[in-house]
Design a protein around this ligand. Structure first.
Ligand code: KG4
Ligand code: ZN
Length: 392
């Protein structure tokens, strides 16, 4: 009898990942080759370098995933791959490799949207813990370096449907974390740095605020810049569920300039933060950042998490969802997890996150998202290609 084993492959950004998942509900392995050391010195992902690193890593990573799961290609039932959104060259490495593997083994190929993958990172954990009963409607916040999107996710005849209900107008929340960290001379990616250092600062020291996005009139009639925006025009969304994170990045920059903190940030970067791990104790944090900087970091995070929290729960309430899923790299953040859990408890709602390892990019989420498609026999066409702006 088939074991329902799917090999997932993910290469949309700066992680080359492969994983084997059984029936969308048990991860047998999850191998991730991170490219952080390659991109850290540039303070962001360099697309050409990402493609090259994927080419280097894809074969060893797939082998590691099969070995860790204790299976061979002959045991698999399907191969799943991320087809978008992401970097075109990076996506193509995974897609071409998955296609070759599917062709040579005769296994079906399943295309997965990266954002759907992130949502299934939570569903996989829930199915592992509670079984299939976890499949009920939910409000899902996908919050990562590339996305800040709100979806109403609903199971329908074994498959899932996703209705976009909110999104960022400009930067993603993770992007704001990365840019603010760079501005303050901290390492890359910025999320884990700010997460760790924020513990030692006063979150109320700098009162950052987010203005309510009131009108969408300025967007009506504007030509959408991306294919994703064409399929889900911002003007069609409730402005209460729209995000904007470019303003807070500028506010932090202004604060740094006004308080002459630029030199201090440059000196910090010169100490080699790109190659360092975030300091984990108050003493080591204070060795790297004066208290005023720690307060700024804590205030930035407090404001971002507060805005994500407010809009997510408002959307859940408006749409009648009693369950909230938070996923993507920023969902690894400890203040975010604590405050979302506290808010859900206050409202008698449920909130769920992926395991910490599956919050950032991985392939177990891709294999898990592919399972309902496998059961529905929804396979990818032989001419499957990368779609950098694929919408969900
Ligand atoms: O999901 P992911 O690995 O890649 C994308 O699909 O973008 O997310 C990466 C993003 C980065 O912006 C990183 O700074 C952020 O997630 N991140 C965090 C944390 N860990 C990673 N942000 C806040 N707190 C964290 N602990
Ligand atoms: Zn991602």
């Amino acid at each position: 009898m088939s074991r329902g084993l799917i090999l997932g492959i993910e290469s949309s950004c700066d992680e080359t990942a492969a994983a084997v998942v059984e029936r969308g509900s048990r991860a047998l392995s999850s191998a991730v080759a991170s490219q952080i050391p390659t991109h850290a010195k540039y303070g962001g992902v360099v697309p050409e370098l990402a493609s090259r690193e994927h080419l280097r890593s894809i074969v060893p990573v797939v082998r590691a995933a099969l070995a860790e799961a204790g299976v061979t290609l002959a045991d698999l039932d399907a191969i799943a791959v991320t087809s978008g959104p992401g970097l075109a060259g990076a996506l193509l490495v995974g897609i071409m490799y998955a296609k070759g593997l599917a062709f040579s083994t005769g296994l079906p190929l399943i295309a997965v949207n990266h954002l759907e993958g992130h949502i299934h990172a939570v569903l996989l954990r829930e199915r592992e813990e509670y079984g299939p009963s976890a499949d009920e409607p939910a409000l899902a916040l996908v919050v990562s370096g590339g996305h800040t999107h709100l979806y109403l996710a609903r199971p329908a005849n074994g498959l899932w449907t996703y209705k976009l209900v909110g999104r960022t107008l400009d930067d993603a929340a993770g992007e704001a974390y990365d840019k603010v960290a760079k501005l303050l001379g901290l390492g890359y990616p910025g999320g884990p740095w700010i997460d760790t250092l924020a513990q030692f600062g006063n979150p109320l020291a700098v009162p950052f605020t987010f203005a309510q996005i009131k009108t969408k009139a300025h967007l009506i009639g504007k030509t959408p810049r991306t294919k994703a925006a064409k399929t889900a025009p911002i003007a069609a969304l409730d402005p209460h569920f729209l995000f904007s994170f470019s303003g807070i990045k500028t506010a932090v920059l202004r604060y740094v300039e006004l308080h002459s903190m630029r030199e201090e940030a440059e000196a910090r970067a010169a100490r080699g933060t790109a190659e360092m791990k975030p300091p984990a104790t108050r003493e080591t944090a204070l060795d790297l950042c004066p208290q005023r900087t720690l307060d700024l970091i804590a205030s930035f995070q407090h404001a971002v998490v507060g805005d994500l929290l407010k809009k997510t729960f408002a959307a859940a309430e408006t749409l009648g969802a009693t369950r909230v899923l938070v996923t993507g790299g920023v969902a690894a953040n400890r203040e975010l997890r604590e405050r979302f859990a506290a808010q859900a408890a206050k409202r008698c709602q449920r909130v769920a996150f992926p395991s910490l390892a599956l919050s950032t990019d991985n392939a177990a989420m891709v294999a898990a998202a592919a399972w309902p498609r496998f059961e529905a026999r929804e396979f990818a066409p032989p001419d499957l290609s990368a779609d950098p702006s694929l919408a969900l």
